[in-house]
Every structure is written in C-alpha cells, then in structure tokens.
Design a protein around this ligand. Structure first.
Ligand SMILES: [Zn+2]
Ligand SMILES: [Zn+2]
Length: 364
C-alpha cells in the first residue's frame, strides 16, 4: 500500500536541494565530493537516504574504466543500506521510513530470469554504482523497488548491512545454495580476503568442516577466528595433497574465493568424487580463462558452479543467521570512514588490498 501522499511528501527530500556525492569526471582521475541534485524516483523506484556504503574492489574496477556499464561522470558505490525517503507511483510494497538494503545486482522483475526467481542474473539488470549513480552519496535511487529491496531487522545496523554487499551475499549463495554445503561436509576455501573469510564464516556456521588456504599468515589467523578447523599456507605447502589428507580423500565442496588460475585448479583437484567446485572469485586479466582439469571432472563426476550475487527474497535466511548470532559479518569490518576519506581511498584500493571491509558511515 502506498503511504499517505502528504506524509510521503513530508519525508521526501527537496529534489531542488543538493546532496553530497563523490564524483569522478574521468576514469583514473581523483574523485571529488561535491553537491549534485538529489535523485527523484521514477515510477518503479525508491530513493534511499544512504546510511552506510561499503568500499569494494568492483568500485575500483569501475573507476579504472574496466566496466563497460560505467558512463561518465559517475558516482560509485553498490554495497549500501539506508532508509527509504521517497517511492514512485508504481511501488506497492514499500513505504518511506523503512530500513533497507539491496542486492548489488538488481532485477527488472519481468524478464525470464526474474520470472523464474533468478533476479541476481537478470537479463536487464541494474546496478547502483555501475549502470547508474551509486551510493557514495547521501541519496541513491533503486530501480524496481518491489523486486529488489530487502527489509532490515532492527537488530542489524546499517554498517553491518552494507558489509553484506556483494562479497558476503555472493559467498552465502555460493556456499549455501550453489555448493549445497551440509553439516559435517568438508569444504575448502581458497583465498581468505573478504569473499573467502565470508565463506569460511558461513560454512562453519552451517556445521561444515572448513579448511582455509592463503599465503598470508594474518589472513589465515583471521580465517581460524572465523571458524576454520584447519589452515594451510599455500606458500609453503602442497595445497592439493594437504587438503586430500586432512579431508580423508577430498572435500565435498571447494570454493575458489580468490579467482586465479592456480586457486581454481587447486580447488577442482581438492574435491572428492561427486564434489562441487564453486567459483566466487572473479577471473580477471590473465586469469580470465583458467585451465580446468576436465578429465578429473568427468572421471569423478564433479560439478562446476558459479555464484554471482543473491536474490533479494533469499536474504531472509542470511539475516536470520545474523540475528541469531550464528554469523557475524561485522567481524569483517576493519575501517569506518567518511565520504571524503572514501573518495581518497578508492584509487588506492589496488595497492592496499586489506583483509577487512571498509564502510562509509558518515557523509561529510
Ligand atoms: Zn529481469
Ligand atoms: Zn562489491
């Protein structure tokens, strides 16, 4: 039901009044925090007052010019949470004042993929921060609000919700729905950055036995804190034979959370018969087309699966696990910064790929 128009108008930001946003005019040039118009909702859209937004390497790729969806000038930011301040005339399910988050890949609600419940791979997707201006701003427009908004429980704060972003939600889908991880299963997680640590935490919460692999001791320590039963330093150990020994012949599920030729190969080779490889780490540059041991895939009847985001309607299970304390994504938040600090940090992201998630929580 639409809200009373008078109260809606009372909460609606004055679209003539400006908002702060971090804008880049050219690829690979500094972002500037400046005043731009507040977005006005299209009929199917909601406008969200952004309360928190994650910084992600995908934002850096957009700024570099690696993403053909990005057109200049541009505002990045796709890992957001906030409050609805305006809804369009055709939005039926949402009202102003609701606390919400949104998947990084939003569905159109009417294509074949959306009609079959796969809004995260919509044929006509929209992505704030890529196909449109994003949430490095005080306000952001979300298209097809009825399809894409997710209500936040009161106990989940905005920074935690923003940190679910693309990494945690994609890991959740990868481990839970694509990997079909069961209690007691052995699962290997190759690469312990934001995606990998999320996968470790989720798999451990499901009761799986997690083996975490990385080359950095501090990341392996963090993986152990997130619930890994065993950790393997890939710089000093033969990864595949170590996993096969620890898991009594290979894992049920293996996740490549990094996205390299080596980690992809190791992940497939560390599976037991009829195991499932889940590719979550993006394959970029010289790793874009990795060799895969297809002979092993055939002989052992392995499954090769991808994971790309998660539909809004599937967020309930993840949020319930956060509310119950089974998973604690806030553990992965390492820094809270202002919008101005984020504008300076984004171009540096490739030089300092930290373990934790950085979240904007003040828009000054
Ligand atoms: Zn669609
Ligand atoms: Zn992201």
């Amino acid at each position: 039901m639409n809200p009373d128009p008078q109260s809606e108008n009372a909460r609606r930001p004055d679209r003539k009044s400006p908002m702060k946003a971090a804008v880049f005019e050219q690829f690979q040039m500094p972002l500037q925090v400046r005043e731009v118009p507040v977005p006005d909702p299209r009929p199917d859209s909601a406008v969200i007052a952004v309360r928190a937004c994650g910084l992600c390497r995908s934002d850096w790729h957009g700024w570099m010019g690696h993403d053909s969806d990005v057109h200049l000038p541009h505002v990045p930011g796709h890992e957001l949470a906030g409050e609805i301040v305006a809804v369009g005339s055709r939005v039926n399910l949402w009202q102003t004042g609701s606390r919400v988050t949104v998947p990084f890949c939003c569905g159109c609600g009417s294509c074949l993929q959306c009609a079959t419940g796969n809004q995260h791979i919509c044929d006509h997707y929209t992505q704030p921060g890529f196909t449109q201006w994003g949430a490095f701003a005080e306000y952001v427009e979300i298209r097809h609000a009825d399809v894409n908004l997710v209500k936040l429980p009161e106990s989940v704060d905005f920074a935690t919700a923003a940190s679910l972003g693309c990494r945690f939600a994609t890991s959740f889908r990868g481990v839970v729905f694509q990997g079909r991880t069961q209690p007691g299963d052995w699962i290997a997680v190759h690469g312990c950055g934001g995606v990998g640590l999320s996968a470790v935490m989720i798999a451990a919460a499901l009761g799986a036995q997690v083996i975490a692999i990385d080359v950095k001791p501090d990341r392996l320590e963090m993986a152990a804190r997130c619930g890994a039963r065993h950790v393997i330093n890939a710089s000093t150990t033969d990864v595949v034979s170590a996993i096969r020994e620890l898991s009594f012949g290979g894992c049920h599920v293996s996740v490549d959370a990094l996205g390299s030729k080596q980690t992809c190969w190791n992940s497939v080779k560390s599976l037991r018969k009829r195991g499932r490889h889940v590719q979550i780490g993006l394959m970029l540059g010289s790793d874009a087309d990795p060799p895969v041991p297809m002979g092993t895939v055939i002989a052992n009847e392995l499954e090769i699966l991808g994971s790309h985001g998660m539909q809004a309607f599937e967020y309930g299970r993840m949020l319930a696990m956060i509310e119950s304390g089974a998973i604690n994504p806030a553990m992965l938040i390492s820094d809270r910064v202002t919008l101005s600090e984020a504008a300076l940090l984004l171009p540096e992201m490739n030089q300092f790929p930290g373990t934790g998630v950085t979240v904007i929580d003040r828009f000054v």
